[in-house]
Design a protein around this ligand. Sequence first.
Ligand code: HXC
Length: 514
Amino acid sequence: MSLEKKILDLNEKRRKAMLGGGEQAIEKQKAMGKRTARERITDLLDKDSFTEYDMFVEHEARDFDMDKKVLPGDGVVIGTGTIYGAPVAVFAQDFTVAGGSLGLAHARKITKIMDHALRMRMPLIGINDSGGARIQEGVNSLYGYGEIFFRNTLASGVIPQISVILGPCAGGAVYSPALTDFVFVVENISKMFITGPEVIKTVLGEEISMEDLGGARVHSEVSGNAHFFAKTEEECFEQIRKLITYIPWDNTRKARMFEPAEPKPGFDVGKIVSDDPTMPYDVKDLIRAIADNSDFLEIQEMYARNIVIGFGRLGGRTTGFVANQPNEMAGVLDVDSSDKAARFIRYCDAFNIPIVTLVDVPGYLPGIDQEHAGVIRHGAKILYSYSEATVPKITVIIRKAYGGGYIAMASRHLRADFVFAWPTAEIAVMGPEGAANIIFRKEITSAENPEEMRKKKVQEYKEKFANPYVAASKGYVDAVIEPSETRKMLLHALDVTENKSIPRPHKKHGIPPF
Ligand code: HXC
């Protein structure tokens, strides 16, 4: 065969492989509002940057007539490319081929690209669209999942791992995304659950739709399994591209520096927070008033809204923001917000991203529901992750910093490098009302006018403790600053902590309160 003929032959083979499960299956995929695996990769990555590997891999399964089935690429596309010039490794399951089900060859392709990402130190992006373990391949499919989970764990904290759920992701398959750093979902397309509606109906006799069980909204608002919610695949890819600009390629590097940019006019840091400590405000306005170009990429926006986490930049440097949200449950800490913040703090620490904490917290949420849900264990996660973190930690106390909340929110005692407080800060063991009722109980109950006495004692307590100066007099607060000085002080703090390096006692690993 001449070279020319061989090239024609190769191109024909490529054309066939790239058709995946064929035109009919592609039509079905499109009718569900979904793109094909290769379209998704092309849309996500920089133009013409994708190089595909293992296009001609075939399965070797024989049972259940599998020897008669041709499954192009074994239902998954793998390769490397770039996003804004940053290298990334990608796999995308191809639902048009046997429902994107995971057999041995399919799993080997995924683990190959995972190994590549880990060896070459680049982020890994997995696009999930699959009916789960390929039933005909039995235990080989389970072996495949196990190999993926093991690698997810090995790569955790070494390279960024991103999961995109663009179709079903059912059964044990959900545990790969669960082991990764960021999970992206798209409305009406993502379906993620351990046990599907059919089984639930059989076992529990309950009827539930896939959407209500594990749709994009459920995982964004209720379970907290998803970190980014989009209305379309296009919007989802834009979110991923943006995220990649904020994170480093691996844990030995820092995130890319950008040109520093002032916050946009319109976000006036001095006008966001009311003097009245009971008045709520949106702490995201405060972050935007401080961050470069007023950009803020919020993570888990719809979950545990009483705490806000996400990435911004200060002087061109990626910065992780953790902030109590007074607009939601007065910014109190509870089980879910503790989980949310603690995981993010560990992410920042693993990937050399400094953390800025904005504090306005009345404490941990009281009540039997929270106690029984394990607020002790979950709440401890924040203490653990801040204490453990060795990246620069800079804290600004805006208003309330009460009790355990004060300690937990990156206090000096958990080794914040800088603690700044606004003049409106109130640092105390508990809120003035509660405190006065306890310590002045006798005076209040025996007074001629108990209500008047109570007010007087509350005021007395406020003047004595509910201010930043007691903590500042002991050096727990480094500087009391005007709101308008916040950005300047943060930029200074980030400059002087740039080369922070602190030893920790040797250990294999700690035992965080999981
Ligand atoms: C083999 C599968 C498959 C699977 C789908 N297909 N799932 N083949 N193994 N797990 C095939 C179908 O036979 C069909 O093939 C094609 O993919 C498209 O599937 P449809 O059912 O026509 O698509 P749709 O109607 O969109 O439904 C999608 C679905 C459904 C909801 C995902 O296919 C489904 O319920 N699949 C089974 C899901 C499941 O129970 N998986 C096992 C989970 S247990 P043809 O040839 O007709 O085109 C598990 C354990 C892992 O994953 C444990 C790891 C620790």
